[in-house]
Design a protein around this ligand. Structure first.
Ligand SMILES: *Cc1c(COP(=O)(O)O)cnc(C)c1O
Length: 341
């Protein structure tokens, strides 16, 4: 039994999902003639109460398209220092849009309205880059699956409005936040200019993200997606996986959260652990005491067929997901319980 806890992106489509993909009605989506892609886009837009949606091959491309939509070269966006858009998209903000990032020292990847307001460059001071966009992440990836309070997000929106800034939500794992906090997608759809959501993380689809916004913005996004090389033809086979995932795999995220919390509880009792960060969703970040090495933990677990990842600076990460079943969970709990370094 191989247990892979490095990310929730490692899931493979189930037989049922594959059957659903197999049966999809498809057409050429570059001509907007793929009925299944159209259905997915309408479904997600309706779910969030937003006017329009566009299917993307990856979350990175959806975020990068959003940055391009909301900025001009030379301008600046504001985000947390751990933001995916800054750290893990290959420098795309500068490569694709020619913008720099003003990084905020947030709490577990989350920033506040005060911090955003303080980070805005005065527009009349032409020596500095013009601030045009704020990007937030919910849940936070490097921040350990932390969820924003929706009030905080609304306060940031007020700052955006006051200063004429656009507001993008990187919601790769927004599904996890919705389930953990018992929120409705429409609460988020009501005030963001754009939202990206992933179908290939906790929801278990093999590929795909969706970008949401108003009609005018998403019409422009269509051109940007084409320029980035994201115009796909019979993409309905992939969209079918997303539709299946939305119908079947959202509620069950609760299991992933429960298991991550249980793993956290076990780890807290180990004498070689320095800290276990609060577990709100499916990501568990912990660190080893200075005289222990993260690599030793990885190696020991590897010998037991359990894969987890190192994050540097003594930190390690476990991510629970759809393919991490109850038997595996019991085995991992047991293994961690007995693990000595
Ligand atoms: C995974 C992820 C993305 C998108 O990643 P892709 O691998 O390109 O789909 C974007 N933002 C966050 C926070 C993520 O965790």
């Amino acid at each position: 039994m191989e247990i892979n806890l490095i990310s929730d992106t490692v899931t493979k489509p189930t037989h049922e999902m594959l059957q659903h993909m197999f049966r999809a009605k498809v057409g050429d989506d570059v001509y907007k003639q793929d009925p299944t892609v159209n259905e997915l886009e309408e479904t997600v837009a309706d779910l969030f109460g937003m006017e329009a949606a566009l299917f993307f091959p990856s979350g990175t491309m959806a975020n990068q398209a959003a940055i391009k939509l909301h900025t001009n070269p030379g301008e600046q966006l504001i985000c947390d220092k751990w933001a995916h858009v800054f750290n893990y998209e290959g420098g795309g903000a500068s490569f694709n849009s020619g913008v720099s990032c003003c990084l905020i020292d947030g709490d577990r990847g989350m920033i506040t309205a005060e911090q955003v307001e303080a980070a805005i460059n005065p527009p009349e001071f032409y020596h500095s880059p013009l601030t045009s966009l704020v990007c937030v992440e919910n849940t936070t990836n490097k921040g350990g699956g932390a969820c924003y309070d929706i009030e905080t997000l609304k306060q940031i929106k007020q700052v955006c409005d006051k200063h004429g800034l656009k507001y993008h939500l990187d919601g790769a794992r927004l599904w996890n936040a919705l389930v953990a906090k018992k929120q409705h997608p429409k609460e988020f759809g009501a005030f963001f200019d754009t939202i990206s959501v992933c179908l290939s993380k906790g929801l278990g689809a093999p590929v795909g993200s969706v970008l949401l916004g108003d009609k005018k913005t998403m019409n422009r996004a269509l051109r940007i997606r084409k320029i980035l090389g994201g115009g796909m033809r019979q993409a309905g086979y992939l969209a079918a996986a997303g539709l299946y995932a939305l119908r079947n795999n959202v509620g069950r995220l609760e299991n992933d959260h429960k298991r991550a919390k249980e793993l956290g509880q076990i780890l807290k009792q180990k004498n070689w652990i320095a800290t276990v960060e609060p577990v709100e969703t499916n990501i568990l970040i912990f660190s080893v005491k200075p005289n222990y090495s993260e690599q030793a933990v990885i190696e020991k677990l590897k010998q037991k067929n359990i894969a987890i990842s190192a994050m540097g600076k003594g930190k390690l990460r476990i991510v629970t997901h759809l393919d991490y079943k109850e038997v595996m969970h019991n085995y991992v709990l047991d293994t961690l319980e007995k693990l000595c370094l």
